[in-house]
Design a protein around this ligand. Structure first.
Ligand SMILES: Nc1nc2c(ncn2[C@@H]2O[C@H](COP(=O)(O)OP(=O)(O)OP(=O)(O)O)[C@@H](O)[C@H]2O)c(=O)[nH]1
Ligand SMILES: C[S@@+](CC[C@H](N)C(=O)[O-])C[C@H]1O[C@@H](n2cnc3c(N)ncnc32)[C@H](O)[C@@H]1O
Ligand code: SF4
Ligand code: SF4
Length: 350
């Protein structure tokens, strides 16, 4: 494995620790989500249009540049890094970046390095992820029915994902399953998902569909299923106990007595969790979005390229954090035409 950053002698410890990133609402920003590519090998109907145009390769930052940006955030107090996309594992040589970022875990400067993946490439990379310092991953899986899986992802093969999940389990990775709740699509499968995750020893998170990117909004409105309704349906069959388990993400958890596993609920629409937001999002072009549900963004590529010194980049990051909004403006409303946020989820990685 080639290191992105050559081994350097350990610098003398600096007494002056940079001030942490705190937004205008007093929220400490210590979680960076990085979309390492906007490309994906699937086309989930709620995420992408079938016909997508992707960024020209020339606009995409190199792995070295992504490493530098992430490492600058680590210097500024980021404790959790999540790689996402598009599909993070389809980016060429992405394992080199993940291994390089693992040095921050080894140095104790980062609490968690992880990723959210569709699972298609796990059969190849699971062991490497563990070696790099990744200990848990989130795998997106909306159905256990192969035909439905193909319909939702437009061409995905369920067997490949299940094989990848198995490989990840064998590699020692803790797995959480992400399921977007889609009325009329997978609402008849929620009990099966809970039972399967229970058997496998996985936590499961249900997610409300968010209005991002133009995919033909009519379909998304029809599929929106508030998690309050999903939860009521679950309680007909399972005993859900309160849980104070937290991962640093937006999910609120309950424990299923019958399986011993947890179920998370991510409810941006019905119960927004913005008051405790601790994260920002970096795209593969070096654009920083201060909120998933807003369009305002800051360019970090220019200040990074202007100098090898970190000063201009750090100034740009600090300025961006002063613009972090209080929350999103998502609504799902039949009278409201078009998505609340124009960019697709795959650009900022959810
Ligand atoms: N609105 C909103 N949605 C988010 C946010 N963070 C994650 N999500 C959504 O939650 C879903 C699952 O995201 P993941 O990438 O698995 O991350 P997570 O649930 O925060 O991860 P952990 O809690 O660390 O396991 C995705 O659909 C994201 O779009 C957020 O800050 N705001
Ligand atoms: C954009 S994907 C990127 C990572 C990877 N390709 C995957 O699918 O896990 C991250 C997460 O966002 C979710 N997602 C995508 N579009 C969404 C939408 N419109 N509303 C809610 N969640 C969405 C996916 O289900 C997935 O769990
Ligand atoms: S949800 Fe993930 S796997 Fe599905 S199209 Fe979006 S980026 Fe690809
Ligand atoms: S919608 Fe924006 S403010 Fe709310 S939790 Fe997500 S990123 Fe944070």
């Amino acid at each position: 494995m080639i290191d992105l950053v050559p081994e350097a002698p350990s610098p003398a410890p600096s007494l002056a620790k940079p001030a942490p990133l705190v937004d205008p609402f007093g929220r400490k920003v210590e979680y960076l989500r990085v979309s390492v590519t906007d490309r994906c090998d699937l086309r989930c109907v709620y995420c992408m249009a079938e016909d997508m145009s992707f960024l020209p390769k020339a606009e995409v930052l190199t792995l070295e540049e992504l490493d530098r940006l992430c490492s600058t955030f680590v210097k500024l107090g980021t404790r959790r890094l999540r790689l996402t996309g598009g599909e993070p594992l389809v980016r060429r040589d992405v394992m080199r970046l993940i291994h390089a970022l693992g040095r921050h875990i080894k140095a104790g400067d980062l609490d968690e390095l992880t990723l959210t993946t569709n699972g298609t490439m796990l059969f190849k990379h699971a062991a490497g992820l563990f070696e790099a310092g990744v200990r848990r991953i989130n795998v997106s899986l909306d159905t256990l029915d192969p035909h439905k899986f193909q319909a939702i992802t437009r061409w995905g093969k369920l067997d490949k994902i299940l094989g990848g999940i198995q490989a990840a389990k064998e590699a020692g990775l803790k797995i959480k399953i992400n399921t977007v709740a889609l009325k009329g699509v997978n609402d008849d499968e929620i009990h099966r998902m809970v039972a399967w995750c229970g058997e496998q020893g996985f936590d499961l998170t249900f997610i409300e569909v968010m209005p991002m990117g133009d995919i033909g909004e009519g379909a998304r409105i029809g599929q929106y299923w508030p998690l309050s309704m999903l939860k009521a349906e679950l309680q007909k069959r399972w005993t859900l106990e309160e849980s104070d388990h937290r991962t640093g993400g937006p999910a609120r958890y309950m424990r299923v007595s019958e399986t011993g596993q947890r179920i998370g609920f991510i409810t941006p629409l019905t119960h927004n969790f913005c008051e405790s937001c601790n994260r920002v999002r970096l795209t593969c072009t070096g654009t920083l979005y201060m909120c998933l549900g807003q369009e305002d963004a800051a360019d970090l590529r220019t200040p990074m390229r202007v100098s090898d010194e970190d000063g201009p980049l750090i100034d740009a990051v600090r300025e961006a954090i002063t613009r972090k909004p209080k929350g999103h403006d998502f609504i799902i409303d039949r009278r409201h035409q078009g998505p609340a946020v124009g960019r697709h989820m795959s650009v900022t990685g959810g």
